[in-house]
Write a protein that binds this ligand. Structure first.
Ligand SMILES: [Zn+2]
Length: 120
């Protein structure tokens, strides 16, 4: 189980990352809105469409990451943080430090990735 100090560390880490991503998302949404009104020239519009797609892509991955981090935060609150969602064992401490939102231990993650590559 996690020590209170570790719990607090991960909580702060996750909350900070979520706040960062939310501001990324906010500015992305603002940019896409302003952009469509600004350009009248077709060439400009093509360029801005490209930019818009890039911003939308950024916003989509930010949104997905927020969801993943929020789920990790929930697990932290429920006391299941650091537990592998597949085998129920402990996720390696080193792995958690590198990827605090990890859902699986190394072994299960490896097995899942192999399963996926076999399907493709
Ligand atoms: Zn596992």
């Amino acid at each position: 189980m996690l020590s209170p100090k570790k719990t607090e560390y991960f909580k702060q880490f996750l909350e900070t990352r979520i706040a960062e991503l939310e501001s990324t998302l906010d500015s992305a949404q603002r940019e896409t809105r302003i952009d469509s009104a600004r350009h009248a020239d077709p060439a400009d519009q093509a360029a801005s469409e490209y930019e818009r797609q890039a911003i939308i892509h950024k916003a989509t991955s930010a949104r997905q990451m927020i969801r993943v981090l929020t789920q990790a935060l929930d697990r932290l609150r429920q006391g299941t943080f650091g537990e592998c969602a597949s085998c129920g064992g402990d996720i390696e401490a080193k792995r958690l430090e590198a990827i605090p939102w990890a859902t699986y231990c190394l072994r299960c993650q490896g097995a899942r990735e192999q399963g996926w590559s076999q399907h493709t």
